[in-house]
Design a protein around this ligand. Structure first.
Ligand code: ZN
Length: 187
């Protein structure tokens, strides 16, 4: 369909919760195509609808490497139904061009969602793989949560954001992740 403009950190849609999809209509098919086109054009591993200014619960990922065939996965109305373990992850986001910081993530997640045909599917992503982390990262976007809200060190995160002229971490958005934190410290 079309490569869309990706909203940058600071723009309102990124902090707004997204609505459930009631019907996987032609409009949703177009949205998915736009997400895929935009993600591939930016060499991203994931993109969520709010990042192109559409607040519906839809995201796409493709964690295949350059040598592998493309492997787009579409998630509509996703729900993370199980999560366990903790891992540290160096993450970036297409809405934060070039800024990376360490965040806390679950190691294992089980996600249920609808595919592009409206059929339910389940993915178990394990061992802190790129797929496991990408699912958590993109799913967060649907609730207005950004990767920096999970940052391990907000001073490091702020230094990094400043380098790219992005606004600092929003302190009131920082997440309490005591369980993940304890698990990481015990490693
Ligand atoms: Zn992102």
């Amino acid at each position: 369909m079309a490569v869309k403009k990706i909203l940058r950190y600071g723009e309102k849609s990124l902090r707004e919760p997204s609505k459930e999809v009631h019907k996987v209509s032609k409009k949703i098919h177009e949205l998915v195509q736009d997400l895929l086109d935009t993600m591939y054009a930016s060499n991203g591993v994931g993109l969520a609808a709010p990042q192109i200014g559409v607040n519906y619960r839809v995201f796409v990922i493709d964690t295949s490497t350059n040598e592998e065939p493309l492997n787009p996965i579409v998630f509509i109305n996703p729900k993370i139904v199980k999560k366990s373990g903790a891992c540290k992850s160096q993450e970036g986001c297409l809405s934060f061009p070039e800024a990376y910081t360490n965040v806390r993530r679950y190691k294992n997640v089980t996600v249920k969602a609808l595919d592009i045909n409206g059929r339910p599917f389940t993915i178990e992503a394990k061992d802190g793989t790129l797929q496991a982390r990408a699912i958590q990262h993109e799913n967060d976007h649907l609730d207005g949560i950004l990767f920096i809200d999970h940052c391990i060190n907000r001073f490091d995160a702020n230094n990094e954001l400043a380098k790219f002229n992005l606004p600092p971490v929003e302190e009131d958005k920082l997440l309490e992740e005591t369980e993940l934190e304890n698990e990481l410290n015990n490693d």
